[in-house]
Structures are given as structure tokens and as C-alpha cells.
Design a protein around this ligand. Structure first.
Ligand SMILES: Nc1ncnc2c1ncn2[C@@H]1O[C@H](COP(=O)(O)OP(=O)(O)OP(=O)(O)O)[C@@H](O)[C@H]1O
Length: 320
């Protein structure tokens, strides 16, 4: 395991008031994966990330990061990781190349090596064309790519990204997802936070949903969605609805079946909750065909991560 935490906690005390930002988080992150912490604002994602990146000390609990004990050997952890905070850093007079070389030097690289690595990183993140312009002239997406380039200058084994695409337009977000996938392909593991459902779904190999300082569920996006209720199949039938319902109810892979009132054209929609829609649809069609029932329509719906979030926390992430 690249990261293993047990009972990680953080309580902030300001002016006599204390906030339990993280209430005991257990995480296991594997080497080579993109791992996500999904949650609303204030859920404790950033605090968790900052603890794992040695930026703040946990109030309780233990963790190993890249094979090093977080509390006993924070300097070793720091050498193995990169950390990119939330957007909003300074956009200065300094060029991307100069920032990268400076970063490399901070990590103990020799001037020549830092310059060479900066050149490679600028190419990789498509920053080379304007590498010598002051970074204040960059677009939001370009600045964010530079932030990540800075985070990987010293070739860390693991990169922490706090909300990598917040504030970016859809095209820059898609672009950023590509960059993050490429990091994984190069062998850098990535742990990121997000409050975007689509980002967690599209980008993460595995994720946890964090709510009120605790992990509520963990798994691959597909597993989490499976957890909700399996898939939903909608079948429109005309006239034969009671018979179709009776017939399909008996199939073992149908967890639940409900039927709508007939619409003005007399079509009844049967809602079937099944374990796995892809394999259920052909079986359902065969079953109906054998009983001489011809459906008018058939649709397959997959639950979204928002359905998972709703089930686990009682709130919708879309409402936030
Ligand atoms: N330095 C601090 N002092 C006091 N309270 C803090 C501090 N940092 C965070 N908190 C509180 O801890 C809780 C969790 O914050 P955290 O930033 O970890 O959440 P988050 O899930 O990352 O949300 P966001 O996406 O808004 O950063 C919040 O209630 C926040 O106000």
C-alpha cells in the first residue's frame, strides 16, 4: 500500500472553540492508482490531504505514506511526494521555466539538472510555447497545468492534488483529466480531492466519499454505483402489463419491479431494478418474446455517483 491510515483525526481549536475537521479516517491507497476524496465543502478533504502531505500534524491516529511513517519520518515522506494546493496562488512576473527551475533547486537539484528537467516538464504539460513569458499572462488552465508541473518537478512517487479543476472551464477540465491520467501512466500515483461527481466518476480508479470528517463509503466508481440499487431497466408495454410484470418478477436477477399508471396511449412503464443492466436486457427481451409480449420501448439507466452520495449522506451533492 502506498498510503495506509488508521484513525487519522484533526481538531482545530481557535479562540476556545474546537472544530473536529477530520474524525478518524482510515484509507488505503494502492500504488499506481488515481484515488479520490469526494465530498462537499467543509467535509474535511483538504485537512486530510494536508495531514498526509506533512503540512499539518494529525491530532490522533497513524499513517504510512510511501513506506515512511508520517509522524516519525515526515522529511522522508516529503521527499517522496508532491503537493498542489487549491488554485489561487500568485500569478507573478516570473516565467514558468524560472518557477520550475527554482522548485527543482529547492529540492536539491543541481542547476543544470533542474534546467533539463524543467524543459521536459514544460514539454509534457504543453507549456513550452510560452515558458519564458511571465506567468501572470497565462490562462486559468495554463496556470493550473503549471501548478501541477511544479508538483512533479522532483519526480515524486505520489502527487496530492487539491481540487485540481475547480474554476476551470469544461474544456480545460477535460484537458486536466488527460494530464492526470498521463501522470498515472508514467507511474506517479495521484490522490486528489474533488466535489465534482463527474470528475470522481471519470478520473478516479477508486474513491472514498467523505462527509463531516469521516469516510462513509469506499470503492471503484462502478462498485459504488452498484451499491445503490444495481441498474434500472424501463420497459414500455401496451395491454400486457400485468402478465409481463408477473412473468418478470419471477426472474432471480430482478430485485424489484414497479409499474406506472397507463399513459393516455395505454402504455404502462415497468421499472425493473436489476443487478447488472447489460446482461439483464437481452434476458428480459427473450423472456417477453417467449410469452408473445412485444415491448414498445426499453431503456437502461445506470445510477450516478450522486445517487450513491444521496443514499450515504441523505443529501444531494448537486444541491450544494
Ligand atoms: N486552520 C483551520 N482552523 C480552524 N478550522 C479549520 C481550519 N482548517 C479547516 N477548518 C475547518 O475544518 C472543516 C473541514 O475543512 P476542510 O478544508 O478540510 O474541508 P474540505 O472538505 O476540504 O472543504 P473545501 O473543499 O472547502 O476545502 C471545516 O469546518 C473548516 O472550517
Amino acid at each position: 500500500m502506498l498510503i495506509q491510515t488508521k484513525g487519522l483525526k484533526k481538531t482545530f481549536t481557535t479562540r476556545g472553540k474546537s472544530v473536529e475537521a477530520v474524525r478518524g479516517v482510515d484509507l488505503s491507497v494502492k500504488e499506481g492508482e488515481i484515488f479520490g476524496l469526494l465530498g462537499t465543502n467543509g467535509a474535511g478533504k483538504t485537512t486530510t490531504l494536508r495531514m498526509l502531505a506533512t503540512l499539518i500534524e494529525p491530532s490522533a491516529g497513524e499513517a504510512t505514506v510511501c513506506g515512511h511513517d508520517l509522524l516519525a519520518a515526515p522529511a522522508k515522506v516529503r521527499q517522496s511526494i508532491g503537493y498542489v494546493g487549491q488554485a489561487g496562488g500568485t500569478w507573478g512576473e516570473v516565467s514558468a521555466r524560472a518557477e520550475l527551475v527554482h522548485q527543482g533547486r529547492l529540492y536539491g537539484m543541481r542547476k543544470k539538472d533542474a534546467a533539463q528537467r524543467a524543459g521536459e516538464v514544460l514539454q509534457a504539460f504543453q507549456l513550452a510555447d510560452f515558458a519564458d513569458r511571465p506567468s501572470k499572462t497565462y490562462s486559468g488552465g495554463q496556470r493550473r497545468r503549471l501548478d501541477i508541473a511544479l508538483g512533479i518537478m522532483h519526480e515524486p512517487q505520489l502527487l496530492f492534488l487539491d481540487e485540481p479543476t475547480t474554476g476551470l472551464d469544461p474544456q480545460s477540465r477535460a484537458h486536466m483529466w488527460e494530464e492526470v491520467r498521463r501522470l498515472r501512466d508514467w507511474g506517479t500515483s495521484v490522490v486528489l480531492t474533488t466535489h465534482y461527481l463527474d470528475e470522481a466518476d471519470a478520473l478516479c480508479d477508486r474513491l472514498v466519499i467523505v462527509d463531516e470528517g469521516a469516510v462513509v463509503i469506499e470503492g471503484t466508481p462502478a462498485q459504488l454505483k452498484q451499491e445503490v440499487s444495481g441498474d434500472l431497466v424501463l420497459i414500455g408495454v401496451n395491454g400486457d402489463a400485468p402478465r409481463a410484470e408477473e412473468l418478470l418478477r419471477q426472474r432471480s436477477f430482478v430485485r424489484e419491479i414497479e409499474s406506472s399508471e397507463p399513459d393516455p396511449a395505454g402504455i404502462v412503464t415497468l421499472r425493473l431494478y436489476v443487478d447488472e443492466g447489460g446482461s439483464a436486457v437481452p434476458l428480459l427481451l427473450r423472456e417477453l418474446d417467449a410469452a408473445d409480449i412485444s415491448p414498445i420501448s426499453i431503456e437502461l439507466h445506470r445510477p450516478s455517483l450522486d445517487d450513491v452520495f444521496l443514499k450515504q449522506t441523505g443529501r444531494s451533492l448537486r444541491d450544494e
